[in-house]
Design a protein around this ligand. Sequence first.
Ligand code: HEC
Ligand code: HEC
Length: 272
Amino acid sequence: MKRMVCRYLPATIIAAVALTTMAVGESPQEDVIRSTSSLPPGGLGAAIELGRELVHNTSRHPLTAAYVGAALNCTSCHLDDGTHPEAATFVGVAAAYPAWSPREGRVITLEDRVLNCFMRSENGVRPPNGGEASVAISAYITWLSEGAPIKMNPNRPLGPNAVKPLQIDPQPADPTRGADLYETHCAYCHAEDGAGSDDGPPVWGERSYNRGAGLSQNAKLASWLRVAMPLDDPTLTDREALDIAAYVNSHDRPGFVLEEHLGPLPEADVVD
Ligand code: HEC
Ligand code: HEC
């Protein structure tokens, strides 16, 4: 399926969605183009629109900026406003919740999952559960999941179209080879020092995701790179992606201590 480059179009015009109920390895069965004309009327439609705005401008929007520590928006990783079919898509995600979270040792809701990404991938703190930002983002993800059959995930907090794992053993990885590959394929957008440029956000250092984030694990970063980077030309092999991931994650980035990221939530609400 062709990559949808929604971020180059006014967001109010189109959100292109591959609504997939596919098993791993199959192609999407059904492509659904969702335009804002299919938004529900009234306050719900407005919340969905706000949610799309927040995932696109997370680090800048007044409702979310204070909860973000990294120079990253949700859509820095959930490409094309979460509609990219493979790069951590939001399509279908809502159908997997409530889901079991092994990390937290409890069942979590979609809102919990959204807020966890603020703490880890965004290196920030959790906005209030049930607050405007949290509800709007969850409404947007749920809208993108309409029509997907509900199938709560009893194993992991992940949707049916989650990034596919690598086909190779993640050990050992070769960060020295990764450095050469980074130089060739990545540095012109993300900079030699990983601090980012006008063409790509930081991939290590103080403004990057922290050590609690999924992408800080080499295997997860590699499986995402395989389908997402280089932007618009994701052609890395598993091995190349893994070596680059080992190089990227060998650099300094913010640490993760849960207590520093809980934000204004009652602590009893979060278990890790
Ligand atoms: C640095 C990259 C990055 C950023 C920024 C990021 N995420 Fe994620 N997110 C991921 C990855 C990677 C996964 C899949 C993690 C895994 O495989 O365990 C994920 C998973 C999720 C999931 C669960 C998906 C599923 O299939 O159940 C949700 C929901 C989510 N993110 C929402 C958000 C929201 C909302 C934001 C912004 C506040 C955000 N993420 C920011 C990388 C990121
Ligand atoms: C043409 C420019 C370009 C190239 C080349 C490129 N990226 Fe990106 N990358 C981006 C942009 C832009 C984003 C954010 C996507 C968005 O906002 O739509 C991004 C996002 C990312 C992210 C998630 C957000 C973050 O900064 O942590 C990672 C990790 C990443 N790229 C790593 C790489 C690696 C590794 C390579 C080389 C294999 C690479 N990129 C090549 C432009 C590029």
